[in-house]
Design a protein around this ligand. Structure first.
Ligand code: BGC
Length: 745
């Protein structure tokens, strides 16, 4: 008996009912359960997909009545949810409830920081709590499933969707994927009225798009696939996610949405996944454009037999599965299996007991946008702000001085939410200006000048900005990317600040006033000129509805900056694809010897990061003492303690994120020059020191070997206790053990 059928009392109770239903269903009704359509009935304030707004309510109502729709997505609202559900439950022959889903990536009505920004908090519990709040709002709005978390590991900052994920490191992705799944699904079972089903997406390797071009081909070794791109999906499944979305891209020549190895052999065979797989928006239909399927029917056959249980939007399964079963090209067993998976999840969600869960408008009013969610948005916002540079302790700013807040984002509210924020309340967006005024002792000391548009100059903007700067004690420049510049289909060739804004910063910096840069961004940026040379640089992402308040909390020192970069900021765009955990090569370049020839480096720039993964300053002054280890040998069945004394020499309290990295010096396959293995956060008062200690065991030291299995090989390891991926105090230890161990993980 699959565990999902036992997962909640609700699922157990309905085991027999599900079998009876499968026995009673026509082929068309079975295909209907696997048909997922856009919700044409409920509230979708803006188009987020190509066909949005073209849905036909009368047609979809008729299909629901005929049992030809299993789920709807991207509509929210309790009352209307009840009316739609009523059609399924009261007017269709078998009365199977609909499953309602939505793209709630970083909050439904209360908008939290974009996931990449929140990943900078390196705080799994925070990520769990914002996902929990989002789930509460969704569940109260008659939605049962979210299409999140996105767990695609960021490898190329030109690609636009890194903003939806947890950055470039595998461990951080794993930990945050699990935290977000726990947050969405809760810990009381899916039938809890505050739980929604999590969907890990997009399986797999979508973010490895060659050249960073959206939807592009991917081509990689089995080691990279299994060692980098698959682990966060595994972590999501292990955390209990019962839905997986298949990706648009192909992987080594086989489209992900027609990829049996990924969606069946690995996902089910190796990982024991029991939920259902859904295609991404028409991705099964796109097997034709990929040149993998001859026509729509062929695409339905290939995708379905590969393991895509549910078809999103295209209607292909409804149209073709009955015929494919009749002709024997798809087995009835496969069809029943997919239907059983969907019905099991519906049962686990409690929909067979209460199809109207989440349809109480009074509860919806109480929960959606609740005060405590707004407070959480502000907390999450300030915990996501990364301080990159702070010459002469320019920050925190004094609240009693003349501040010129300049740039396209100075008073802007249209770019605080970030991509995938569909159901937010526009009137609740807090601009930087509003946040600054609320924080300052005398708000009249703040002057505002836009200076430039996001991608186009403003007539007279620079002159006005320079005048404002001259009249101020300090300049804060709010510049960077608009929220339309990252997200789906927003790949960029150059990951730089748009030229008109760069020109603005150059002109303002030339006044000689102290300059603080507040970067708004959905990806890492290659900083240039006066932006790079500013006195202080702060990464503020898209922090959600409380953005202005959250930034003010940090800028004025009410809360010290505590976040760290989850992605490396390179010197130049041309370094992409880039991540800190690259291989050493046979000719590693010494970054201090810029002109050394015949080394793995560029002509123009070292192949390091300007600001590496894990980097971020506090308002303290943190120093790392030497590594402390009682032994330099790790026994096969043992553990090793690695510690360092961390001291705050500064005059302000500080939070430090202490990171543990390793490098496997000699292995049967070359290994990353550094790999994150653990991290711990500490808070230090001025003058305080604390010993931070990590425990490593051999199981943490393995990699995917030539045989595709997880291997642990004895030998010498470098280890760093570090403030980021390019620093720290180092030592070595030796793993003692049998020649090598494969554990088939
Ligand atoms: C995106 C998915 C999203 C889906 C439904 C697709 O274009 O790739 O992430 O869940 O649309 O809106």
């Amino acid at each position: 008996m699959p565990a999902i059928a036992e997962s909640t009392p609700a699922a157990q109770r309905h085991r027999q009912r599900i079998e009876d239903l499968i026995g009673a269903m026509t082929l068309e009704e079975k295909a209907g359960q696997l048909n997922l359509l856009a919700d044409p009935f409920r509230w979708l304030p803006k188009a987020v997909n190509p066909l949005d707004g073209q849905g036909n309510p009368a047609r979809v109502t008729a299909l629901i009545r005929e049992g030809k729709v299993g789920s709807l997505f991207n509509g929210v609202g309790a009352e209307a949810g009840r009316r739609i559900q009523q059609v399924a439950v009261e007017e269709s022959r078998l009365k199977i409830p609909l499953l309602f889903a939505a793209d709630v990536i970083h909050g439904m009505t209360t908008i939290f920081p974009v996931p990449l920004g929140e990943a900078a908090s390196f705080d799994p519990d925070l990520c769990r709590r914002t996902a929990r709040a989002a789930a509460r709002e969704l569940a109260a709005s008659a939605v049962h499933q979210t299409y999140a978390p996105m767990v695609d590991v960021a490898r190329d900052q030109r690609w636009g969707r890194n903003v939806e994920g947890a950055g470039e490191d595998v461990l951080l992705n794993n930990v945050l994927a699990a935290a977000r799944v726990h947050g969405f699904q809760g810990d009381k079972g899916l039938d809890d009225p505050e739980a929604v089903l999590a969907t890990a997406k997009h399986m797999a390797a979508y973010s490895a798009a060659i050249g960073g071009v959206e939807y592009n081909t991917t081509d990689m070794s089995e080691q990279t696939l299994r060692g980098v791109f698959l682990p966060p999906f595994r972590a999501s499944v292990d955390a209990g996610a019962l839905a997986i979305m298949s990706a648009f891209n192909d992987v080594n020549g086989v489209p992900a949405s027609g990829n049996r190895k990924l969606l069946t052999d690995i996902l089910r065979g190796e990982w024991g996944f029991e939920g259902f797989v859904l295609s991404d928006y028409t991705s099964e239909q796109e097997l034709v454009a990929h040149g993998f399927a001859e026509d729509a029917r062929d695409a339905a056959r290939l995708a379905f037999n590969a393991g895509v249980d549910v078809s999103m939007v295209s209607g292909l399964y409804l149209e073709h599965l009955p015929g494919l079963v009749r002709s024997g090209e798809v087995s009835m067993a496969r069809l029943d299996e997919a239907v059983r998976r969907v019905l099991n999840v519906k049962a686990a969600l409690g929909l067979f007991d209460d199809p109207y869960r989440g349809t109480d408008p009074e509860r919806e009013r109480a929960v959606v946008g609740a005060r405590q969610h707004v407070e959480l948005a502000r907390e999450a916002g300030r915990k996501s702000v990364v301080l990159l540079k702070n010459d002469n302790s320019l920050l925190p700013l004094n609240k009693r001085q003349k501040i010129a807040l300049i740039g396209p984002f100075a008073d802007d509210v249209d770019n605080v939410w970030g991509p995938w924020s569909i159901w937010g309340m526009p009137e609740r967006r807090v601009s930087l200006e509003a946040g600054f005024r609320a924080a300052m002792d005398d708000p009249s000391l703040l002057s505002i000048a836009r200076g430039s548009g996001i991608e186009a100059p403003l007539n007279g903007g620079i002159e006005q900005a320079v005048a404002a700067a001259r009249a101020a004690d300090v300049v804060v420049l709010a510049i960077g990317e608009g929220q339309q510049m990252s997200g789906e289909a927003q790949s960029r060739t150059e990951i730089v600040v748009p030229a008109p804004q760069q020109a603005l910063v150059e002109a303002v910096a030339a006044t000689g006033k102290p300059v603080v840069i507040l970067l708004r961004n959905g990806r890492a940026l290659a900083l240039e000129g006066a932006v790079k040379n500013a006195h202080a640089i702060v990464v503020t992402w898209f922090l959600g509805e409380q953005m202005g308040n959250a930034v003010a909390d940090v800028i004025f020192g009410d809360h010290g900056p505590s976040a760290r970069l989850p992605i490396s900021f390179p010197h130049r765009s041309g370094q992409q694809p880039y991540s800190y955990d690259r291989k050493t090569t046979g000719r590693p370049a010494n970054p201090d010897l810029a002109q050394e020839e015949y080394k793995a480096r560029y002509r123009e720039t070292p192949n390091t990061a300007l600001y590496p993964f894990g980097f971020g300053l506090s308002y303290g002054d943190i120093v790392y003492g030497p590594i402390q280890m009682e032994t330099d040998q790790l026994q096969w069945t043992g553990t090793i303690e690695i510690a360092a004394m961390i001291t705050n020499r500064g005059r302000r309290e500080a939070e430090e994120l202490v990171q543990l990295y390793i490098h496997d010096r000699v292995a049967s396959l070359t290994q990353p020059g550094r790999l994150l293995k653990d991290f711990k956060r500490i808070r230090l008062r001025p003058g305080q020191q604390e010993k931070v200690s990590f425990t490593l065991n051999p199981r943490q030291l393995g990699f995917i070997g030539a045989d595709e299995a997880y291997r642990i090989e004895p030998g010498l390891f470098d280890v760093w206790v570090a403030p980021h991926a390019q620093g720290g105090v180092a030592s070595t230890f030796r793993l003692i053990g049998p020649p090598s161990i494969t554990d088939g993980r």
